[in-house]
Design a protein around this ligand. Structure first.
Ligand code: CUA
Length: 151
């Protein structure tokens, strides 16, 4: 009698856990928190805004840098923005997971295929900022870097 209650109780708890895990997987775990919208990694070059990568002035003192990451480089590779401007990086990967880390700043983002990553930063100090990929992405990972020129 008592054993039946225990058995029923543990089965109930097991089902409850399965429901919770299932809910987390499907409702919460499907995308990273930074995910804004999905993008087909095969169609990046044909998908706005990535069909036209580059630095764009979008406001009084605001710039947008539309960038794609691929093994083993950043496009565009020559980025120049004014000091003190608000710069938003809009990024996606065309193949595997890459990193976007800018030395001397707190910019450190994961850029995944299928997702758009957005990061806003103001470079107060002029200079050359080293950009590194900090996610292992293949044989050329160590070579994957570029610079941002702030004038
Ligand atoms: Cu890209 Cu490491």
């Amino acid at each position: 009698r008592l054993e039946e209650i225990w058995l029923g109780l543990s089965a109930g708890i097991l089902i409850l856990f399965m429901v919770i895990v299932g809910y987390q997987t499907f409702a919460l775990g499907m995308g990273p928190p930074s995910n804004k919208e999905n993008i087909d990694p095969e169609q990046v070059d044909q998908t706005a805004p990535f069909d036209n990568p580059g630095v764009k002035k979008v406001g009084e003192n605001e710039y947008e840098v539309v960038m794609t990451l691929q093994a083993f480089g950043f496009t565009p590779s020559d980025i120049e923005v004014p000091a003190g401007a608000e710069v938003t990086f809009t990024m996606t990967s065309k193949d595997v997971v890459h990193g976007f880390q800018v030395a001397g700043t707190n910019i450190n983002a994961m850029v995944m295929p299928g997702h758009i990553q957005e990061i806003t930063h103001t470079f107060d100090e002029p200079g050359e900022y080293l950009v590194l990929c900090n996610e292992y992405c293949g044989a050329g990972h160590q070579l994957m870097s570029t610079t941002i020129t702030v004038k």
